[in-house]
Design a protein around this ligand. Sequence first.
Ligand SMILES: Cc1ncc(COP(=O)(O)O)c(C=O)c1O
Length: 382
Amino acid sequence: MTRSAEPISGIDTPALVIDLDAMERNLHRMAAFARQAGVRLRPHAKMHKSAELARLQLAAGAVGVCVQKTSEAEALAARGIDDLYLSNEVVAPAKLVRVAALARSLAARGGRLAIAVDGAEGVARLAEAVREAGAALDVFVEIDVGQGRCGVPPADRDPVAAVELARRVAASPGLRLAGLQAYQGKAQHLRSPEARREASAAAVSAARATRQALEAAGLPCPLVTGAGTGTYALEAASGVYGELQAGSYLFMDRDYADNAADPAHPPFEHALFVKAQVMSVGAGRAVVDAGHKSHAVDSGLPRVHDPFGRRAYAFENGGDEHGILRPLGGAPLPGIGETIWLVPGHCDPTVNLHDRYVGVRGGLVGGRVERVIPIDARGALT
Ligand SMILES: Cc1ncc(COP(=O)(O)O)c(C=O)c1O
């Protein structure tokens, strides 16, 4: 059991650890950026799945948070988060009953639920659920601005699809047309700033054309929302996007650190780590007690954190419960029981493997445990 004020050495392994000082720097850097850019910040809470961290983001100026799943919305709403945007399509009738009930209960306490749609059937089902519950919902029409996932084609590719869908939303009692959802997920992890700029410019142009098409058809488009940690500054400067949905900036995983930084944009630092320890040492290798069950590998393996450039190890896949370290550049093998800090390849699915974060204050070397933070929406997949 991890106790408050315990030294870091007392945290049992593997454990998901937040460097609170680094996280708070990230938190305030993004909040200050959005403020200065004059755009709303609605961070994606699918990344951290924690009401406590959402509250910190709100206190720093976020207008609310995004979630991706009905059950994530329920988990955060149950813990006091009032302004939620489900930036995803929900079409199953059983889930829509929950969406409508949540919209009603949030509205009753002065909060708000919004949702995305990308098809006529989805709008009809949503309208029916809302009617039966006596609820109301803000609805964003999702356009596909280059990701090739959900969303209707934008107006520069199809002049009628988004307008048609927006008209259906506007004509449905209980649904309020709130604007456009325009997230370009593929642009986030393009390695060069030039490639990200090009992909973001195409998304901006598609969103602009669609907004103009809605307005030309007499439909309101109060807000275009989207953007992630790789491109947020580009959408913020576009004059089209009014709200940023970045999530990973708070923790910064290895995959994001592999992007070549754009010197014009604020940097973020690693704040999420898996604490592991060496459990076996063999010829030319050390084995740590953290494998796939402690960190997600969809975006590649973790990096061994080496902030002072003293002891470099390559991390090799050791299976579910093990990781294998190979010394680089003549680094000595670590000894049995030594602490190894891993930077996960992808923060969102790594977080979903753990029940809690251990928040440490004062750095990873001499710091102490400040508090344990529950991962409230862990496993909230429906
Ligand atoms: C719809 C949507 N918005 C925003 C984000 C946030 O992106 P990031 O965590 O890369 O900042 C995501 C992440 O996948 C997303 O799916």
